[in-house]
Design a protein around this ligand. Structure first.
Ligand SMILES: Nc1nc2c(c(=O)[nH]1)N[C@H]1C(S)=C(S)[C@@H](COP(=O)(O)OP(=O)(O)OC[C@H]3O[C@@H](n4cnc5c(=O)[nH]c(N)nc54)[C@H](O)[C@@H]3O)O[C@H]1N2
Ligand SMILES: Nc1nc2c(c(=O)[nH]1)N[C@H]1C(S)=C(S)[C@@H](COP(=O)(O)OP(=O)(O)OC[C@H]3O[C@@H](n4cnc5c(=O)[nH]c(N)nc54)[C@H](O)[C@@H]3O)O[C@H]1N2
Ligand code: SF4
Ligand SMILES: [Mo]
Length: 682
């Protein structure tokens, strides 16, 4: 039996995997012992990789919609027809009529995103859109605005961690393992979450009203400044705008933050003191929880400022700058700007370089309104917007207006169910690729490795890069797609990297880590306009937004919209992660369903009592956009009046409840947390 060392690309963690292959068949996977991150373990999704790859409901061959059903066709026919349709649409509406969308898979599958961008460049459409309009990019942007680069959380070396709207047991399990080990050795843990997550019992837990985190962060700054706990040497030498911050946070006393958030002022004082007096203090900010809020950019800015004034930047266990491990850029030059560039200029272009994508949260409205122009073709690979985009009803309306919807996916999805063509992608186990995360993630490092082909592509499935390349050839763009094999693609992507594929192959695990330098600013300063950390951002002010973070009420809170909350008095959080699933993926696997059969709505006993709902009973969750049904999990582990549901379940789609019009005004991120709702006794 052959054992191949590769990584798991089911989620962004890219854990190390030993894949056991017998006569071309993947028979078993286990976690790679020597891997820095997962140290021999895998999560339930990773443990069931064999079930996933061999699932009987894989998309096996290209299909075309004929009436209500999808009929098998050849690759040639599919790509010929899609190519002709795209050419015709381009003639009629201009190249911008085609949008390409990738979901979270585009982050893990680097070839996929690279070839999508190359294809849209060859075709001439600016409209490459991706999940970073809803997830993660906002924190990178906030850190770039503040530091001129992207320092990353380094929980592995921290002595104090704030889990700020983050539940590692569900979304980042290895950090949960780490925290449990370290609290025994004195790690100070603070959890800020309306839910009492399992890790909350290992330290201090505060339960804010959802969407009020920025007010708490500002009050912590107030305490840190009032009590002289800030790092004077660092702040004086390396920052601008501290004096303005001092004035700004005077009004954000812990008492005021208590009024806003419901968290006792005494608790805010306590956590501010602990955070400011422990070197190696790290805010581990949740991703969707902090990003998908009306105040998403300013939440991230507030965390960046807290790290700064306590001197926890570029020190071990704070936020540290990891080197990027750049790969060859496959983009082709384009002049036209994508959708969202004018509406959200900070999102599109804050510094010198524009974002490679538009604001995907405008896609639905653009298709529906045909303004500024009609988008008639949507090509989706590695995402399931019909279930994952806010406001499913609106997305379905928009999908109907498309003249061409193509989905490239190893599995049928809710988006594939709407498509004119469904093309079978092979999974990451069936091709060579680029593994790891070259751009740095929450584990305080960046790393790359060879993602090895473990088995041959099943049925008629093909690598994503091949699909875009072959479509390009059919449409006359062959000159842009000279690569013939996975190996050539990977070789090309690594050709300008700090490490070659040859060097990677010589290393048994095949992984390369970016060498981290602490206090890198002593050599390079900061890449901001001022060359220093911008506590106050003159750049943001020039765009017409506050240069310092402020509290903004969620658009459907009782304060912002008291009329609405008379009818919908509870606060809904959508999208809590579950370790068994990744978004809409995995629910088809019996082994995972055996662990978690169905979605549940978490409700406090007092809230449940109000609606006469008992534990285990099916109930309705209703917002102004619609209603879904889930079984009630009545628990003390959630704040009274807060209701939490997972997303990604087709049987109870959370995005029936969300509203595409509710957004952060600076970056266009949607509000999928802190939504007004009520429960319904069925
Ligand atoms: N209400 C609400 N909505 C949310 C969120 C929330 O918290 N609340 N969270 C948001 C966030 S943060 C995110 S990241 C998004 C995630 O949303 P998506 O990015 O849409 O995530 P998935 O549902 O995992 O869809 C990925 C699709 O890619 C397919 N796939 C897997 N591997 C490959 C491959 O190698 N090639 C191709 N072509 N396809 C592949 C899978 O089968 C699946 O259909 O959801 C967002 N939506
Ligand atoms: N197993 C698994 N892992 C995943 C994913 C997955 O689908 N499955 N998705 C991946 C992706 S793309 C993403 S974006 C991340 C998401 O990762 P995170 O955003 O960290 O999501 P969770 O781990 O569910 O933790 C979010 C916590 O924030 C809390 N919360 C919600 N609203 C608020 C609020 O207003 N204030 C505060 N203080 N807390 C709040 C919730 O109660 C919840 O406990 O997970 C990644 N990892
Ligand atoms: S799905 Fe699980 S095993 Fe795979 S990378 Fe993510 S956390 Fe690791
Ligand atoms: Mo995400």
């Amino acid at each position: 039996m052959e054992v191949l060392k590769t990584d798991c690309a089911l989620c962004v963690n890219c854990c190390g995997v030993n894949a056991y292959v017998d006569d071309g068949v993947l028979v078993k996977v286990e976690g790679e012992e020597e891997h820095f991150l997962n140290k021999g373990k895998l999560c339930p999704k990773g443990e069931h990789l064999t079930d996933w790859v061999y699932a009987p409901d894989r998309v096996k061959y290209p299909m075309k919609r004929v009436g209500k059903t999808l009929k098998r066709i050849s690759w040639d026919q599919a790509l010929d027809e899609i190519g002709s349709k795209l050419q015709a649409l381009k003639k009629q509406h201009g190249a911008h009529t085609m949008a390409i969308y990738t979901g979270s898979v585009g982050v893990e599958n680097i070839e996929l995103a690279a070839f999508m961008q190359r294809f849209r460049g060859a075709y001439g459409s600016p409209n490459f859109l991706c999940v970073e309009s809803i997830c993660y990019r906002v924190r990178i942007l906030a850190r770039q605005i503040t530091f001129g680069r992207y320092p990353v959380e380094e929980p592995e070396k921290a002595r104090c961690i704030i889990l700020w709207g983050a539940n590692p047991d569900a979304s980042l399990w290895m950090t949960g393992v780490h925290i449990r080990n370290e609290v025994k050795k004195g790690l100070k843990l603070i959890t800020i979450d309306p839910r009492r997550i399992p890790l909350a019992k290992f330290g201090i837990h505060i339960q804010p009203r959802p969407g009020t985190d920025c007010a708490i962060a500002l009050a912590m700054m107030n305490v840190i400044i009032e009590e002289d706990l800030w790092d004077k040497e660092f702040v004086d030498k390396w920052t601008v705008g501290f004096d303005r911050l001092v004035e700004h946070v005077k009004e954000y006393t812990p008492e005021k933050a208590e009024e806003i958030s419901g968290v006792p002022a005494i608790e805010i004082r306590k956590i501010a003191r602990i955070f400011a007096t422990t070197k190696g203090a790290c805010i581990l900010q949740g991703v969707c929880s902090m990003d998908q809020q009306i105040n998403s950019l300013q939440n991230s800015r507030a965390f960046a400022i807290l790290q700064t004034i306590t001197g926890n930047i570029d020190v071990p266990g704070g936020w540290a700058t990891t080197p990027l491990l750049p790969l060859t850029d496959l983009r082709l030059p384009l002049d036209e700007k994508p959708i969202g560039a004018d509406e959200y200029p900070v999102f599109y272009k804050f510094g010198k370089r524009p974002a490679p994508y538009g604001q995907a949260m405008l896609l639905t409205e653009t298709i529906l309104s045909e303004k500024p122009y009609p988008i008639k073709a949507l090509l989706v690979g590695g995402g399931n917007p019909a279930l994952d985009f806010p406001d499913t009803k609106k997305f379905l309306e928009a999908a109907k207006k498309l003249e061409l919807l193509v989905v490239i996916d190893p599995f049928m999805s809710e988006t594939a169910d709407l498509a004119d063509y469904v093309l079978p992608a092979c999974t990451f186990l069936e091709k060579d690729g680029v593994g790891g995360y070259p751009y740095g993630l929450m584990h305080g490092t960046s790393y790359i490795m060879l993602r090895k082909k473990v088995i041959d592509p099943l049925w008629e499935s093909k690598a994503d890069w091949w699909v875009w390349s072959e479509l390009g050839h059919k449409m006359g763009y062959g000159e842009y797609f000279p690569w013939k094999t996975d190996e050539e693609v990977v070789e090309h992507l690594f050709s300008k990297s700090v490490i070659t594929t040859k060097q990677l192959k010589a290393n048994p695990g095949g992984a390369y880590f970016g060498e981290k330098v602490y206090k890198v600013y002593e050599q390079t300063g900061f890449g901001t306009e001022s060359g220093k950390i911008e506590i106050f951002s003159a750049g943001l002010e020039r765009f017409g937004f506050p240069g310092l973070p402020t509290h903004i009420e969620p658009s459907q809170s009782a304060v912002a919209n008291p009329e609405l909350t008379k009818k919908y008095p509870e606060i809904l959080l959508t999208g809590a992660r579950q370790i068994e699933y990744i978004h809409t993926q995995g629910h088809n696997l019996p082994a995972l369903r055996a662990i978690r059969q169905e979605p549940e709505v978490e409700v406090h006993p007092a809230t449940a009592h109000k609606y006469d709902i008992v534990n285990g009973e099916m109930c309705g969750i209703e917002t102004p956009r619609g209603m879904i049904k889930m079984r009630a999990l009545v628990t003390q582990d959630i704040l009274e009046g807060v209701v939490s549901i997972p997303h990604g379940w087709a049987v109870a789609n959370a995005n029936i409840l969300t509203d595409i019009k509710m957004k952060d005004a600076i970056v266009g991120y949607p509000e999928t947390k802190a939504i007004a709702c009520r429960l319904v006794k069925l």
